[in-house]
Design a protein. Structure first.
Length: 106
């Protein structure tokens, strides 16, 4: 896969992740800083490492399923794997400025 194609796919992945929301928070998971890694290998297999705002997040399954369903719709990806990780621990500092503003942290 060319570097240009990989970049194009990564941009689509980010665009899609910006449409996935925790139903309890009015901000997308990408802007919340919950996405730790986006990796697309030469065979177009996508691996996303993400976290939750809390380890016992009651909406975790819903959020992951929504993200996986939407990511699998991206033409050109062979497979999608989403790993839930808790290292490093998520903090409000990981949110985008827009997310902080939306949630009243600025």
């Amino acid at each position: 896969m060319t570097a240009e194609k990989r970049l194009e796919l990564e941009e689509k992945v980010i665009e899609i992740l910006r449409t996935v929301y925790d139903p309890e928070v009015p901000v997308d998971i990408y802007s919340l800083g919950l996405i730790y890694k986006i990796d697309i290998d030469d065979d177009a297999n996508l691996v996303v490492d993400m976290t939750m705002t809390a380890p016992n997040c009651p909406m975790a399954d819903f959020i992951v399923d929504d993200a996986r369903y939407k990511l699998e719709s991206i033409e050109g990806l062979k497979s999608v794997t989403i790993n839930i990780v808790f290292e490093p621990t998520w903090t409000q500092d990981m949110m985008s400025e827009e997310a902080k503003l939306e949630l009243g942290f600025l």
